[in-house]
Design a protein around this ligand. Structure first.
Ligand SMILES: Cc1ncc(COP(=O)(O)O)c(C=O)c1O
Ligand SMILES: [Zn+2]
Length: 430
């Protein structure tokens, strides 16, 4: 199926765009629909736009077979994603189909009896779940005729955009807070694109990018998490699809998901609902729990206070990838946690570090701070009697510990010895 390039304006005719099963952009607030295009805010109420699909043509068993016969990456779900059907022939970083690790040792430590799994997204090409969302945004950028990819990032997204742009032959120019972890900076810079540090926190970076979009200097740029956000966000649905397929086409009972902007959590919920609607999994209740670091916990604070709105915070935490003080999808996360019977909880930086070590020690998985947040929150929720240990639970690790080495900087050599057995014995290691 050929993809035609369309003008990068909101008046593009829907008939000139071919984005697979995506039918339109629909406002999450008022339901107003507009043709597919590089727009992200509703012209009626300024609410966020998301992709609406027409899945009516799918036969459940044929779809299941097609997915199972597909590639070991997110494109196995192409019939459910807003991408052109011939995406496999174009250079993309092809993320996904990461391991769902049955975490029996961790389960024993935490007292989980109903089955505990870690969805380990550190196994993606640039070692975080962000490759999933960027892969979608890249296809949308191609379809809309952009040649520069950009983003505001807490670190992981910058690397994912840099890599995808390098592979696809796009220019990239990405923006990050100036004081990120060295691992994130190097991972973002190594692909050869432009990497700009902004003197400020993520929320300042994001505001700057919104200004740049409206300026001639940003014309023709695809900001993956701003003007391409509806397409970008859909990439997170593939986490839900994979988890269910890897569980033998079953819904888990409980999921623990990290929150920065909240986009990932809302799309995991969307993905689960789609699988139910398509008949690919049997309908049953599931609970979604959100995880934040105490030093940037606007959503958990609102959840605990019973508020519907999220009051912005100034972030101060080692979990820099989650350090968004004014999360765009915060209110939707609150809705989902409350609707599904889940919760939003936070942990201190010390608990984040302990949880990183716990996961590494029990399962051989080295998580970045975001993974420390989800594991730490899971532990806290069990201890507080909020998360039911007798139910099947999936905890997300969305990034690689090698990018946040400072968090566990005190970890190192057990001993330094001379190269002989006496020295080995002296050190008490025999
Ligand atoms: C490793 C990691 N996990 C989770 C998230 C949360 O993503 P979202 O903004 O979709 O809530 C981020 C965001 O940057 C991240 O880098
Ligand atoms: Zn609207």
């Amino acid at each position: 199926m050929a993809v035609q390039t369309v003008a990068t304006d909101t008046t593009a005719s829907p008939s000139t765009v071919d984005l697979g099963p995506a039918a339109a952009l629909s406002c999450r607030e008022c339901g107003h629909r507009v043709p597919l295009g590089p727009v992200f805010a509703c012209e009626e109420c300024f609410g966020p736009l998301e992709i609406a699909y027409d899945f009516s043509a799918h036969d459940t068993e044929e779809l299941r077979k097609r997915i199972e016969a597909g590639p070991a990456n997110i494109w196995r779900y192409a019939p459910l994603l807003p991408v052109p059907a011939d995406v496999a022939t174009k250079p993309n970083i092809n993320p996904g189909w990461t391991k769902l690790v049955k975490a029996d040792n961790l389960a024993r430590e935490l007292g989980v009896t109903g089955g505990l799994y870690v969805k380990d997204d550190s196994g993606n090409p640039t070692h975080s779940f962000k490759d999933r969302v960027v892969a979608q945004a890249l296809e949308a950028a191609r379809a809309f005729g952009f040649t520069t990819l950009s983003c505001s990032s807490t670190g992981n997204l910058a690397g994912a955009v840099g890599a995808a742009a390098a592979r696809a032959g796009f220019r990239s120019c990405v923006f990050i807070p100036h004081d990120l972890e060295q691992g994130k900076v190097v991972m973002a810079a190594v692909y050869g694109g432009e990497l700009v540090g902004i003197e400020g926190n993520y929320d300042d970076v994001n505001r700057f990018c919104s200004e740049l979009i409206g300026d001639p200097a940003g014309e023709g740029w695809g900001f993956v998490n701003v003007n391409l956000r509806p397409y970008y966000a859909e990439g997170s649905k593939t986490l839900a699809y994979e988890i269910c397929e890897q569980l033998g086409w079953q819904l888990p009972d409980q999921l623990v998901v990290p929150i920065a902007s909240g986009s990932q959590l809302t799309k995991i919920d969307k993905g689960l609902k789609e699988l139910i609607a398509l008949g690919l999994v049997e309908d049953k209740p599931y609970k979604i729990f959100g995880a934040q670091a105490e030093g940037c916990s606007p959503v958990s604070t609102a959840f605990k206070a019973g508020h519907d709105v999220v009051r912005p915070q100034k972030p101060n935490t080692i979990a820099k990838s989650l350090a968004i003080g004014n999360p765009a999808d915060g209110p939707y996360v609150l809705d989902i946690a409350r609707r599904t019977g889940g919760a939003v909880e936070d942990v201190t930086d010390e608990q984040v570090v302990d949880a990183i070590k716990l996961l590494a020690r029990t399962e051989g998985i080295f998580a970045e701070t975001a993974g420390g947040v989800t594991v730490g929150v899971t532990k806290k929720l069990i201890e507080n009697g909020v998360l039911d240990p007798s139910l099947t639970t999936v905890v997300l690790n969305t990034g690689d510990g090698l990018k946040t080495l400072d968090a566990v900087a005190g970890t190192g050599l057990t001993a330094t010895i001379r190269p002989n057995l006496d020295s080995f014995r002296e050190a008490g290691l025999a």
